[in-house]
Write a protein that binds this ligand. Structure first.
Ligand code: MCN
Length: 780
């Protein structure tokens, strides 16, 4: 193995950030214990929809340890703008004003109506129970499909409708006279993100009206920009720090009420204010994902060539539009045809308000929803055609790249056949099918099923020009700085904000590869707006495709400046220098050499630099990609279903992903593992259950099912590689692939296990009750 193979791009390095975290030496928001801190507790509406008639604060104010109590009305003048929604997807999108505390009407169970500030958390919790709110309970709109129709309960009476927007994308006419048409409607229930660390905030007032905000956020840069705007502060007066952050999965890509409340109240009281979310509070006050009703139609010739696709998506916004709520369904809008060449394409999205927790980004954000309905319908179409389900997929794969797809985007590279071939090499499909036949023949109560999902994904958010065209308010670039320190070590400042993804390790490997050092010689700084004023943070599997490319560009600038220094000092022309792995050599005189590290010292000492050159070796680059990132792959799930009880268990999972060049295979495997687990959880376990009044019925860890290691087999992972042509070293994003691919593979497997009993459909999650009912209904 060469030196760079052991520590550069492609090396399976253990994550350098893990050691302190595993030893309990991390600093999460709740570990901050600033002198004079007061604690904030939010009083939340117990009703999904209720008019606030009056709030009596007297008893709470008089309670032990209480410093202050505020209602929405008390704080109204602290906000110079309503809470931000950065993605007005249509010109006429309806976006009701949303403030950190509801003043006249609570619109979901958990909507904040008052805050109590006390010296200790116990005192604040006790006093919060004394806040006496008189509510007039109103009818709630809960079911998204019903809420979309006229005549039912309205979430925001003043809008006269629950429909926030209708967004169509039509590039071809649906072929209603095709040989074969399949049409099916799917429901994807709301999901509750459960990061290991719940949300938390500390806001400290600083002299001169400044505020430092520590937040368990994925987006310190966006948070500073938008919180400052909401509070009418200059951005320079607000410093946002994301310390160690224990996961987010999209749910910490937001500007939350508690962040704004903590800043406003810290300024009012002159004391640091701390708020830490409780686990069951997380179930209602952190955004939810999914809650989509989708009808998908595929039209095909009788030999299995798909000619057109039509999707009608009704997506719940929840009660308000949070930071990117309306755009989430649209993130899938361009990939409803997945890896298949389908010439006629038409999708329509209707964003609908419901009296439930606002929805927003949750791992995959719009793309799992698209892939799920497509991959389920591919199986239905294969059945209708009497064709093998993998053969149908193969007949429709896109094979020529770059490929401009019917939705209008261009996929730079991919090889979907290669991923499926590799999957089959690992799977042993013939044996599995033989086992399936044997169990069917013997009438075994435990049946097995094999399910597939071949997918692609549009991630690496994203080219600013395209984001602008679809009315997203921010850009999609990322920035990075590399400082070569005098002793031959490197300091990196990145605008990405990792919260579990291992950027410190991966970014060190990129610098090590490019500039010729050991990764331990690279320090990576992030998550503090005072050291990285520019950045667009971490979400949408963008950090490596965009932030990693920015880092590479900064490295190229370093090499170019170093080249000038080396040429000057070795007294040769810059064109006569060759560069590899951190060392310049003179063509034809290999004994004459100088390293980037040597150039860094020279640039620091500045005794002998080319005329007019600035001292120091440092470079900043901002990278705006020309295209999205397009990973893809093929996944297979094998389940065993107890036909007596309906219990479906996953017994094998094989995943082949193509994420282009891999920087760190251990990190990539970890990302794929985590992503697959979330997809499996969606298929078999997770669902936020609301009753008809909008009460969340399973908002505790005891009631909300998340799988643990005990429920899951070890996954078999492998990769194929088609390099991203638009990325400087060919990498594609990986952070969401598993979640996008897994849910349809698992549900397709459950249905496959029961196909001989006549079962054709099961709604996610495939709980024992649902599976059992599907078996019983098929008997009738
Ligand atoms: N990587 C690599 N080679 C590739 C692709 C990625 O080595 N070809 C590495 C990267 O260097 C990075 C990691 O894999 O260390 C993820 O990279 P990327 O795909 O760019 O995704 P982001 O870093 O932008 O992370 C966001 C993504 C998303 S959108 C969600 S949701 C998610 C996820 O990451 N949330 C996570 N993974 C998570 N992992 C943890 N532990 N916690 C979360 O909240």
């Amino acid at each position: 193995m060469s030196a760079t193979e052991t520590w550069g791009i492609g090396a399976p390095l253990k994550r350098k950030e893990d050691d302190p975290l595993l030893r309990g030496r991390g600093t999460y928001v709740d570990n901050l214990d600033l002198p004079g801190t007061v604690v904030m507790v939010v009083v939340r509406s117990p009703y999904a929809h209720a008019r606030i008639m009056s709030i009596d604060l007297a008893a709470a104010k008089a309670a032990e340890g209480v410093v202050a109590v505020f209602t929405g009305a008390d704080l109204r003048d602290d906000w110079k703008a309503a809470m931000p929604c950065a993605w007005p997807v249509t010109e006429d999108m309806k976006n009701p004003e949303h403030f950190p505390l509801a003043a006249s009407e609570a619109n979901y169970q958990g909507d904040g109506v008052a805050v109590v500030i006390a010296d200790t958390r116990a005192h604040a919790v006790d006093a919060a129970e004394l806040v006496d709110v008189d509510y007039e309970v109103l009818d709630a709109a809960v079911d998204v499909a019903i809420a979309a129709q006229d005549g039912g309960a309205l979430v925001h009476e003043e809008l006269g409708t629950n429909v926030s927007y209708v967004w169509p994308l039509e590039t071809g006419t649906f072929d209603a006279a095709a040989d074969v048409i399949v049409k099916h409607t799917y429901y994807q229930p709301p999901l509750i993100p459960n990061a290991i660390e719940p949300r938390g905030v500390v806001a400290r007032p600083e002299p001169g009206g400044d505020v430092t905000l520590w937040s368990s956020t994925q987006v310190p840069h966006l948070l500073r920009l938008l919180a400052a705007a909401t509070l009418g502060m200059s951005e320079t007066k607000l410093r946002v720090i994301a310390p160690d952050v224990g996961g987010g999965f999209g749910s910490k890509l937001d500007v939350y009420a508690e962040e704004l409340l903590a800043i406003a109240i810290a300024r009012r009281l002159g004391s640091p204010v701390k708020w830490i979310e409780e686990r069951s509070e997380n179930a209602v006050s952190t955004i939810h994902g999914r809650d989509f009703v989708t009808t998908l139609e595929l039209a095909a010739t009788k030999d299995g060539k798909i000619t057109s696709l039509r999707a009608n998506v009704i997506a719940s916004m929840g009660a308000y539009l949070q930071l990117v709520t309306p755009g989430i369904p649209l993130l899938g809008a361009w990939i409803y045809a997945g890896p298949y060449a389908i010439p006629n394409y038409s999708v329509t999205f209707t964003g609908v308000f419901t009296n439930t927790t606002p929805t927003d980004a949750y791992r995959g954000a719009g793309r799992p929803e698209a892939t799920y309905v497509l991959e389920r319908t591919m199986d239905l179409l294969a059945k209708e055609l009497g064709m093998d389900r993998l053969e149908l997929r193969r007949r429709n794969f896109i094979t020529e790249f770059p490929a401009t797809i019917a939705s209008g985007l261009t996929i730079d590279s991919g090889d979907y056949h290669a991923s499926l071939d590799r999957l089959l090499e690992h799977l042993g499909l013939e044996q599995l099918e033989a086992e399936q036949r044997a169990r069917r023949d013997s009438g075994d109560v435990k049946q097995i099923g094999i399910g597939f999902s071949t997918y692609n994904e549009m991630c690496g958010l994203a080219p600013s020009r395209i984001l602008g065209a679809i009315r997203y308010a921010a850009g999609g670039w990322e920035s990075a700085t590399i400082r070569c320190l005098p002793t031959g070590t490197f300091q990196v400042v990145t605008g990405t904000s990792p919260h579990g993804q291992g950027h410190e390790t991966a970014w060190s490997q990129i610098v090590a590869e490019q500039l010729g050092c050991d990764p331990s010689e690279v320090e990576v700084l992030h998550g503090d707006t005072s050291i990285s004023p520019y950045g667009l943070d971490t979400y949408g599997s963008r950090s490596l495709p965009v932030g990693g490319a920015a880092l590479w560009s900064a490295g190229e600038k370093i090499i170019e400046k170093a080249r000038q220094i080396v040429a000057h000092q070795l007294e040769v022309s810059a064109d006569d220098l060759e560069y590899a792995a951190g060392t310049f050599t003179v063509k034809g005189s290999p004994d004459k050499e100088m390293t980037v590290k040597g150039a860094a010292w020279s640039a620091f000492a500045a005794h002998n630099l080319p005329d007019g050159m600035e001292p120091n070796l440092e470079a900043t680059a901002t990278y705006d990609p020309p295209n999205f990132s397009w990973p893809g792959g093929a996944h297979a799930a094998v389940v065993e279903v107890d036909t007596g009880t309906g219990d479906a268990r996953l017994i094998r999972y094989v995943a082949i992903d193509d994420v282009g060049t891999v920087v760190n295979p251990l990190i990539v495997d970890g990302q794929v593992h985590g992503g697959i687990t979330q997809g499996i959880a969606t298929a078999l376990y997770e669902e936020a259950i609301y009753d008809e009044d909008g009460n969340l019925a399973n908002g505790t860890m005891a009631m909300y099912l998340m799988p643990s290691a005990a429920e899951l087999p070890s996954y078999q992972l492998d990769r194929t590689e088609s390099k991203a042509t638009d990325h400087p070293f060919g990498a594609k994003g990986v952070g969401e692939t598993g979640t996008i691919a897994a849910a349809p593979a698992v549900i397709n497997a459950v249905i496959d296990a029961l196909a001989h009993l006549g079962v054709t459909d099961i709604q996610m999650p495939a709980t024992p009750e649902r599976v059992w009912r599907a078996i019983e209904e098929a008997k009738q």
